[in-house]
Design a protein around this ligand. Structure first.
Ligand code: NDP
Length: 283
């Protein structure tokens, strides 16, 4: 049975497909094939980043697919070395050149890096506001922003981020940040939605999947979308790319939702770096 992917409204009036395809850790040489497969399956939203080193291949896959540029929602993200406004402007131009497009649908500050740049992510955000004003970024947002970082943007700038892309999965609910996002009309994008595979052997999830006749990945992705978050699972495996797309033809009841939500381990469940201390600047 075919899946229809809902479009969700952003706070700036644009819309975003709730399910997309992530390309973190897909080597450039494999990216065209993986993204082509995803587009053939029906995905219309690709999540890349300058840091992933595969923007050019994402652009190539979209062109080769024969789809119009306007049919595919493309997100990219500012890499950590480029937070100063002039660097951000140059880096953004390079994103458009790599993708060979005149706009991205969404551009994010990848990490807040509060211990770098004298703690100044505000001037970086103002630079993204320029990209939005000139139309080269249809929407702008942030990634890995904690509540204090979002509060600072709210106090010092004009634009509320359209999205906050943060780590969220059954072992790490990240509820404090999600609650802030919800209260301020910021959509949460859940990165590592299946915890990079770590939740797939969880006994509660295995039981639930058996009861529902679904795979664990499908059940977990379905949990995310019923909570209203945006997801873009990554896979280089065609069968999994297809499987992860089939999540809009079944529902979890309240009890099933709650069983998954209670797997949250709090901070101990975090898989990736803590944004308050993460300060990685790639060479
Ligand atoms: P995911 O939670 O999407 O997990 C990806 C892993 O799970 C891969 O090893 C993949 O294997 C495996 N997998 C995928 N689907 C299935 C399935 N149906 N059954 C079994 N295994 C499966 O992790 P990601 O870290 O990739 O997160 C998703 C996206 O989020 C990224 O690609 C990126 O776009 C974004 N992201 C953003 C970050 C940020 O800082 N803003 C940080 C991390 C991710 P295989 O490929 O071998 O099939």
């Amino acid at each position: 049975m075919a899946s229809t992917i809902p479009d969700i409204s952003l706070n700036d009036g644009n819309t975003i497909p709730q399910l997309g395809f992530g390309v973190f850790q897909i080597p450039p040489a494999e990216t065209v094939r993986a993204v082509r497969t995803a587009l053939d399956v029906g995905y219309r939203h690709i999540d890349t980043a300058q840091m992933y080193g595969n923007e050019a291949e994402v652009g190539q896959a979209v062109r080769e697919s024969g789809l119009d540029r306007g049919e595919v929602f493309i997100t990219s993200k500012l890499n950590n070395p480029f937070h100063r406004p002039d660097d951000a402007r140059r880096a953004f131009e390079s994103t458009l050149a790599e993708l060979r497009t005149d706009h991205v649908d969404l551009f994010l500050i990848h990490w807040p890096l509060p211990t770098r740049y004298d703690g100044d992510f505000v001037s970086t955000w103002r630079t993204l506001e320029e990209f939005r004003r000139d139309g080269r970024a249809r929407s702008i947002g942030v990634s890995n922003f904690q509540v204090a970082h979002l509060e600072r943007l709210a106090a010092e700038t004009e634009t509320v981020p359209a999205v906050n892309q943060i780590e969220v999965h059954p072992y790490f609910g990240n509820e404090e940040v999600r609650a802030y996002d919800r209260a301020h009309n910021i959509l949460t994008e859940a990165w590592a939605p299946i915890a990079q595979g770590r939740v797939l052997d969880d006994p509660t999830l295995v039981d639930l999947a058996e009861e529902l006749g679904r795979t664990v990945a499908q059940v977990v992705l379905r949990w995310h979308v019923q909570r209203g978050d945006i997801v873009f699972p990554k896979s280089v495996t065609p069968k999994r790319i297809e499987e992860n797309f089939q999540i809009f033809d079944f529902e979890l009841d309240d009890t099933a939702m709650e069983r998954i939500t209670t797997l949250d381990k709090g901070e101990a469940g975090r898989q990736g770096p803590n944004p308050d201390t993460f300060d990685y600047i790639p060479a």
